[in-house]
Ligand binder design. Structure first.
Ligand code: FE
Length: 182
């Protein structure tokens, strides 16, 4: 199976699974996130990152319920490594930083923490909580930090049970275009 089929297959098979405590499935969450990236004119790599940003929840045995038990499954690292083995760095790195971006925004943006969903507040605790000012500076200086912050905002907004989006096949050419060795 090539990497594009593999990614699509994972998202489809996981489509029925709930996204943590949210009211949308993993597949709907991924599609909504990618759709928002597209609507805001993000480049193809970042749209692909938005689509694949939570793939770390879907590879291996899955990590359902771990955050509730106080365990950080590090889905961003697992996901980014999975993506990096198959797609370009511009796709993988925003995936890697999308949890750090939450810790950053909690520190640097007034009102951001207050808008987080209850599930996202719970996972923040096991992810290390808001950054210190020094950590926030360190994050902002990293390559792809800006893309990760954009991805994070789409992520937070991609939990709408009623949202209409294109289907997965819409993203096949875009994934194809950003294969690592493509
Ligand atoms: Fe997400």
């Amino acid at each position: 199976m090539n990497a594009v089929d593999e990614a699509i297959d994972l998202l489809l098979r996981a489509g029925a699974e709930r996204y943590g405590d949210e009211d949308v499935s993993q597949l709907a969450h991924a599609l909504q996130c990618a759709h928002q990236a597209e609507r805001e004119g993000a480049d193809g790599a970042l749209v692909a990152a938005a689509l694949l940003h939570d793939i770390g929840h879907l590879v291996g045995d899955g990590d359902e319920g771990l955050a509730e038990r106080g365990i950080d499954a590090m889905h961003e690292r697992i996901g980014a490594d999975w993506v990096a083995a198959r797609f370009s760095g511009a796709v993988a790195e925003p995936v890697r930083l999308h949890v750090d971006a939450k810790r950053y925004l909690c520190t640097r943006e007034d009102g951001y923490f207050a808008r987080l969903s209850p599930a996202s507040v719970r996972s923040l605790a096991v992810q290390g909580g808001p950054y210190s000012e020094v950590e926030a500076d360190g994050f902002a200086a990293r390559p792809h930090a800006g893309d990760a912050v954009r991805l994070r905002r789409w992520d937070e907004a991609a939990k709408d049970p009623g949202a209409l989006t294109p289907g997965l096949e819409h993203y096949r050419p875009l994934l194809q275009a950003h294969l690592r060795d493509g």
